[in-house]
Design a protein around this ligand. Sequence first.
Ligand SMILES: NC(=O)c1ccc[n+]([C@@H]2O[C@H](COP(=O)([O-])OP(=O)(O)OC[C@H]3O[C@@H](n4cnc5c(N)ncnc54)[C@H](OP(=O)(O)O)[C@@H]3O)[C@@H](O)[C@H]2O)c1
Length: 295
Amino acid sequence: MSAEKILVLNSTGKVGRNVCRALREAGFEVHGTTRSNNNRLAAQGVKPVVCNYTLRADLDRALAQSGAKKMFVITDYFGAAKKSSDLEFQQGRAAIDAAQAGGVEHLVFMSVADAELFDEQVKHLHAKLAMEKYLRGSGVPFSILRPCAFFENLDDAANWNPLKKGVVKFLSLQDCKYCATYDIGRAAAIQMKNPQQWLGKTLDVIGWQGDLAQVAAAMSKVSGLPVKARLAMPLFLRRLFLKDLHHMFLYYEVQKGPRGTPQEFKKILPDALSAEDWFHFHGQYSNGDKIVRGA
Ligand SMILES: NC(=O)c1ccc[n+]([C@@H]2O[C@H](COP(=O)([O-])OP(=O)(O)OC[C@H]3O[C@@H](n4cnc5c(N)ncnc54)[C@H](OP(=O)(O)O)[C@@H]3O)[C@@H](O)[C@H]2O)c1
């Protein structure tokens, strides 16, 4: 029997590339959208589909070209939606409408854990709930994944936080819930393979919980080197210059959100990655040097 086809939107992003990897490993024929001909996708075993994932006409073409009846949908407030919730909603709606028109049989939408519980200041999450609502009313068969903070934030050179030897930085030192973007893909594979169990359902993706000192201890164990835990910027600067993210972190720090737990998620994905597992999985510092010496 030939592998089932799935179209992954924004397949070259932090989420997309690891979602593609997990879906490939789960046996799907993965088609990934990218705006330019991208050989790295092909090297990963993903079939590149030239498509701007925010445009309806491109999405219609990508679905027709790939022949996929399954779809993984990502939207992005900060990048593609240029910090506009309205634009992010329109982009998500275009993907859902394209799925409807293209006869998609299962759409997995990536939202955010506890999206309804953040305060008004957390603007980058406003569109998530609106898109969930639109999806529920669309008639497209769906499941929703609601991830917490990505481990990938610990190595994010584009946002001035490259992972370097001997130090790990984040916007909070406090206890936080993390997930690997790879586990978003593994959870999507579970939902796609068990539609009778997962259609119409939502799953929080929360792999591990700990404070930054525990993250540093995990990196130290993997690298064999001492690792310091540091704030990526002082808290007063976070409050002044990253108001949106500051309020998101207040939900984590003061209200101890999100509500879900790694224990709950591990009932679905028992080997969800811990911090230590993630450093092994990620494998390298931002400059390409290996985290595990001699690896
Ligand atoms: N960071 C977290 O902890 C966290 C936690 C939960 C949820 N999220 C959610 O994750 C999502 C972001 O996903 P991500 O981190 O995977 O995104 P990302 O890495 O920023 O995506 C980058 C890709 O977006 C494409 N792109 C960039 N600008 C574009 C534009 N103007 N039009 C069309 N495509 C464009 C590019 O692909 P091509 O050049 O190949 O086309 C690029 O490779 C957000 O919705 C966020 O809310 C994040």
